[in-house]
Ligand binder design. Structure first.
Ligand code: NCD
Ligand code: ZN
Length: 430
């Protein structure tokens, strides 16, 4: 059955597109235009229709730590936030570092996911070749220690990774030696997290990653870029023609280290929330940023309530990212084109995702319908993520997701998830 989306405002990364959208039986966009015939019509009454978000950086914890999140709860949170495709990180317990572990994760996702998905494989000292031959979308390289055991510090291993892995290397750039040194003289507390892992450590590490990228003609994607210094390094690298891209998180765009004073571990993530001036550098250079990633990293309330040295780092974000950006649009801080570029088009370009992220004929009909006038309050206890809290708790945001469509099917109606577990599909990449 064909389905027509009528009376909607379409926005792509290039601007407003006039017309209705016809979706074919195959769940792909068949035509964009006027006076189109269809079996069924959905009148959106002037609401905004954007490409579904693609989030390249989530930690759904499944398999291994399903008490924090699982593939069903995490992908429900995605759909409620307008995210129709996620790329899941490998720092599971045990970590996803081989094709066999990717297969195991795939069999979990296949039965539970309600949005589309792909996987990153984790880098170790010895798996570069296996990673290259695996079906992971990209490789995640932890150059600084964070949640989980994945870490590569050895110089030879790093050389081997950058010379062997030909797809995108996503780097968590925080130099571990630098972190260890910095943390000696600092009183261990959430409000000092930015001093424990200062900007300098991120910059040392990123410089190393960029040098390796240059030496081996590799392809680098900088995860959660958080400082003005990193912005300059990425801009320079891009200018000199290196294949370097980067993402920023809503946490680093909408919160600063100030939040840790009030929220403690509930505002603690790696890399840390930074200073106001670092935050401003991200906003001022959004045109050099390729995508926005949630770094959705749920931990339980009980874990976050532990003393600093025992508590984990990471914040959930799948449900709040688009509302935060829409609210920023209502305050004239960002355009709709820029939101689309950063949340879907840019991500699909970085990771070579096929058939996603464009309002164009032949692409998957993955849409998010937005009411720009609707105001909501983020509230702990009222979220789809299993951890059920948010660092943005209490914030009033203008602009809300009212419906989400995946391959032409309504999957979220503003209140409920409307599909069965296991309806998500593995994403294609090239
Ligand atoms: C992430 C997690 O909890 O998995 N934590 C975080 O603070 N961002 C890991 C990571 O991306 O560093
Ligand atoms: Zn990370």
């Amino acid at each position: 059955m064909s389905l027509l989306f009528s009376n909607c405002k379409l926005f792509t990364h290039l601007g407003r597109v006039n017309g209705d959208v016809l979706v074919g039986e195959d769940g792909k966009i068949a035509k964009i235009g006027h006076n189109l015939a269809s079996d069924e019509t959905i009148n959106l009454h002037g609401k905004l229709l954007l490409p579904g978000l693609i989030d390249p950086h989530v930690h759904l914890r499944d398999p291994g730590q399903t008490y924090k999140e699982d593939f069903y709860t995490g992908t429900c949170a995605a759909l409620a936030g307008g995210v129709t495709t996620i790329l899941d990180m490998p720092n599971n317990s045990p970590p996803i570092i081989s094709q066999q572990r990717l297969n195991e994760k795939n069999s979990v996702a296949k039965t539970k996911a309600v949005c589309d998905y792909g996987f990153h494989i984790g880098a170790t000292d010895s798996n570069a070749l296996e990673a290259q031959n695996s079906n992971a979308v990209a490789m995640k390289l932890y150059m600084g220690s964070t949640t989980g055991d994945l870490l590569v510090e050895n110089e030879n291993s790093l050389q081997n990774i950058f010379s062997t892995f030909k797809r995108t290397i996503v780097v968590h750039a925080e130099d571990n030696k630098c972190i260890k040194e910095a943390s000696v003289a600092v009183y261990h507390a959430a409000e000092n997290h930015n001093k424990m892992r200062p900007p300098l450590c991120a910059e040392i590490s990123l410089k190393k990653a960029i040098d390796l990228t240059k030496k081996h003609s590799a392809k680098l994607h900088v995860a959660h870029m958080s400082t003005g210094g990193e912005v300059e390094l990425v801009k320079q690298a891009k200018k000199s023609g290196l294949r370097v891209s980067c993402e920023v998180t809503p946490q680093h765009l909408f919160l600063t280290e100030e939040a840790t004073r009030e929220k403690g571990n509930f505002a603690r993530l790696n890399p840390p929330l930074r200073s106001k001036s670092d935050q401003q550098a991200l906003w001022a250079n959004l045109s050099s940023v390729d995508c926005i990633a949630t770094d959705h990293a749920p931990h339980t309330i009980e874990e976050k309530q532990k003393p600093y040295d025992e508590a984990p780092s990471g914040l959930p974000g799948l449900e709040t990212t688009l509302p935060l950006l829409l609210d920023a649009f209502s305050r004239k801080r960002i355009s709709l084109e820029e939101i689309v570029r950063l949340t879907s088009f840019g991500t699909s370009q970085v990771f070579g995702l096929v058939g996603k992220a464009q309002l164009a004929v032949g692409f998957d009909a993955d849409f998010v319908v937005v009411d720009l006038e609707k105001e909501t309050r983020v509230e702990n206890g009222d979220l789809w993520t299993k951890c059920n809290w948010s660092p943005f708790d209490g914030m009033k945001l203008k602009g809300q997701v009212v419906q989400t469509f995946l391959r032409g099917n309504e999957v979220f109606d503003g209140e409920n998830i409307c599909v069965k577990q296991g309806s998500g599909k593995n994403v294609n990449w090239k």
